[in-house]
Design a protein around this ligand. Structure first.
Ligand SMILES: C[S@@+](CC[C@H](N)C(=O)[O-])C[C@H]1O[C@@H](n2cnc3c(N)ncnc32)[C@H](O)[C@@H]1O
Length: 317
């Protein structure tokens, strides 16, 4: 497989991680290994990077790319919510930094053969982790019209969600919908020609993104990572001054990150009219990015996939 993912906000993210020799990091979304390579360079000769990805192809690729660095990198196939398990397997109690670069890699989009893109005639799979049991074709084939509309509206912010869901159900009753191209054509057919005219993106873009998010339970996993894994036991997964950097591409992801970081940086969660604190909540992190960091115009021009990226960073106290 040709690996062509261009890492997004590489300098900014790696800068915020404050890497130096001997430190220990986790890149929880290895993808094509762009960020991981930059982190590794800065922590050599005696640092350690834990690399996690739920896509076996990404782990296999990283094994090849970092074959010379086996002393400084440990690779794990699995969800980033499993990070504490991977750390205890290595006997590592805490980290100096964690990177999440969310969403899909261009390798998955273009070369995985799993129907992430709507131009290819590939099976409509969309599982990043092929151990999952539900594929996109299962959702498209079995979910009720109402459920499909909910997925498209909630995860894709698709205004024509009900109309598209209705068309999908009508079409699947005639013939099973098996490929991305088939689905893209059905969705395009459900969108009125005048609405399609002048649109910058393919009419199926939001539906495909919504399906991918649903199949991989992306928002649930992110929420669990920030609010359970990072927040657990006063944030002990990070060393003092250890940093959590998250690059997101979707407004719902960014909302989870923003709210999660705010909760970690808040001293007390009692309602404002309580005379004394009864929640016992302690502030464990401080937010370093009061406003989200966005890619430069230059980066967006050279890599249009970066255009919706937002970086947020919090530091352990
Ligand atoms: C945008 S790419 C990361 C690109 C990478 N930073 C690079 O420089 O090449 C996102 C990667 O994260 C993985 N991923 C997404 N959600 C995940 C999760 N919950 N657990 C583990 N890996 C995940 C995807 O499989 C994909 O390979």
């Amino acid at each position: 497989m040709a690996h062509r993912h261009i890492p997004v906000m590489l300098e900014e993210a790696v800068g915020f991680l404050n890497c130096s020799p001997g430190r220990v990091y986790a890149d929880c979304t290895l993808g094509g290994g762009g960020h991981a390579g930059a982190i590794l360079e800065k922590i050599l000769p005696d640092g350690l990077l834990i690399g996690v990805d739920q896509d076996r192809d990404a782990i296999r690729n990283a094994g090849e790319v970092f074959a010379r660095n086996t002393g400084n990198i440990r690779l794990f196939h699995g969800n980033f919510t499993q990070l504490p398990e991977f750390m205890s397997h290595l006997g590592i109690p805490s980290l100096d930094g964690i990177l999440l670069d969310l969403g899909i890699s261009s390798d998955q989009l273009k070369h995985s053969g799993r129907g992430f893109g709507f131009h290819a005639d590939e099976p409509l799979d969309m599982r990043m982790n092929t151990d999952l049991t539900t594929r996109a074709s299962d959702l498209i084939g079995r979910a009720s019209e109402k459920e499909l509309a909910r997925i498209f509206f909630e995860f894709g912010e698709e205004r024509r969600s009900r109309r598209i869901a209705k068309r999908i159900v009508a079409e699947r009753n005639k013939k099973p919908i098996r490929t991305g191209r088939q689905l893209a054509q059905i969705v395009a057919g459900a969108v009125p020609a005048e609405a399609r005219h002048g649109q910058r993106i393919h009419p199926a873009t939001r539906v495909f993104m919504a399906l991918r998010i649903a199949v991989n339970k992306e928002l649930e996993r992110l929420d669990c990572f920030i609010n359970n894994v990072v927040a657990k036991d006063g944030g002990r997964i990070l060393n003092p001054k250890g940093r959590l950097c998250v690059i997101s591409f979707h407004s719902l992801e960014d909302r989870i990150v923003k709210r999660g970081m705010k909760a970690l940086a808040r001293e007390c969660e009692c309602p404002p009219d309580f005379p004394v604190c009864v929640c016992g909540h302690k502030k464990t992190m401080r937010i370093l990015t009061k406003k989200t960091v966005r890619p430069t115009e230059r980066e967006i021009t050279s890599n249009p996939l970066a255009r919706s990226a937002k970086l947020r960073v919090a530091e352990k106290l």
